[in-house]
Design a binder for this molecule. Structure first.
Ligand SMILES: Nc1nc2c(ncn2[C@@H]2O[C@H](COP(=O)(O)OP(=O)(O)OP(=O)(O)O)[C@@H](O)[C@H]2O)c(=O)[nH]1
Ligand SMILES: [Mg+2]
Length: 299
């Protein structure tokens, strides 16, 4: 399956919820009137596009319908698609320069470790030398899980014992990355660390080490959000960005959820780019995010 087909199949349920329901609503209403707009707004909210974003979209749709004297359903559907595409913006190129250090953070169970395995495979397939660091030291199982991914993908892992200091793991990993001339170092972190104070302290400590040991590295902090949690993911984005300089979002588990509209809310309400999306549990089920492909796959 090509990337776009995979994206389309991953977004199946969201498409059912969002654009198929939109079509149904448009079909049922024989004319373009206020009742139709209200019903459409409801559909957007149900797809986790969020209250604010939904009402902005519908307000723009009202205006556009008025200005362009839109009367038929297909034209209205296209207008809606255009407005959403406009909110999603144009695609920007994202790549990692060498060396790069990527910290992956997020609450328990959102898919951090899995996404790191997939990311490692992604960058390895670009010919980069990748190292992963097991800086989630809370549970032995977390370290084992990352080890399994490292073996599967064929990249080096730096780890210490359960309970050791995450910053010390990162320190070791940076030294290994330097010695082995790695291009990309990706660090796993523990979900449960992340109350605001702990997170800020931990990140400050880790950042200091990176700045000291690898001052020329490109630093990225990726926040992992679970799309199936809908509006909750949006509030996690808000609170995490108060505690850390998040540079990008990885949105996981878009497959199997109808809440994929959350991407639109994240784009409109948070100024953090979505860099990757997870559309399944397999190693190649992580894709660089393209806003325009997303809109195309949805409609
Ligand atoms: N369907 C689907 N499942 C996913 C995706 N990403 C991760 N998962 C699953 O989500 C579950 C949790 O993933 P983990 O990678 O262990 O999550 P984590 O954030 O590292 O969890 P903690 O280390 O416990 O905080 C696993 O069963 C993954 O297979 C995705 O894009 N789609
Ligand atoms: Mg984990």
């Amino acid at each position: 399956m090509g990337l776009f087909d995979k994206l389309k199949s991953g977004l199946e349920k969201t498409r059912q919820q969002l654009s198929a329901r939109t079509m149904d609503v448009i079909r049922v209403f024989s004319k373009v009137d206020e009742a139709l707009f209200e019903e459409l707004e409801e559909v957007l909210i149900m797809s986790d596009v969020g209250f604010e974003t939904s009402s902005e979209i519908i307000e723009r749709l009202r205006q556009k319908a008025r200005e362009e004297k839109i009367q038929d359903g297909e034209a209205l559907r296209l207008a809606l698609k255009e407005i959403i595409a406009d909110i999603m913006g144009t695609d920007e190129e994202f790549s990692l320069s060498s060396p790069a250090v990527v910290l992956v953070i997020g609450v328990n169970g959102v898919g951090k470790t899995t996404s790191i395995g997939k990311l490692a495979a992604h960058y390895k397939s670009q010919g980069k030398k990748v190292i992963v660091a097991a800086a989630d030291t809370f549970r032995a199982a977390a370290i084992d899980q990352l080890q399994i991914w490292a073996d599967r993908v064929g990249v080096d892992i730096i780890k210490q014992q359960e309970g050791s200091d995450p910053a010390s793991v990162v320190f070791d990993a940076i030294n290994a990355a330097r010695a082995r001339e790695a291009d990309v170092l990706i660090c796993d972190t523990a979900g449960r660390l992340h109350n605001k104070k702990n997170l800020m302290d931990e990140l400050a400590k880790i950042n200091k080490i990176i700045d000291r040991e690898m001052p020329n590295a490109q630093k990225e902090v990726f926040l992992v959000l679970d799309a199936t949690t809908g509006q909750n993911a949006l509030s996690q984005a808000k609170s995490f960005s108060q505690a850390a300089d998040i540079t990008g979002i990885i949105l996981t588990k878009l497959d199997g959820t109808a809440k994929g509209g959350i991407v639109i809310a994240i784009k409109r309400e948070q100024d953090i780019p979505v860099r990757f999306i997870g559309v399944g549990e397999q190693v190649d089920d992580l894709q660089p995010f393209s806003a325009q492909d997303y809109v195309e796959a949805l409609f």
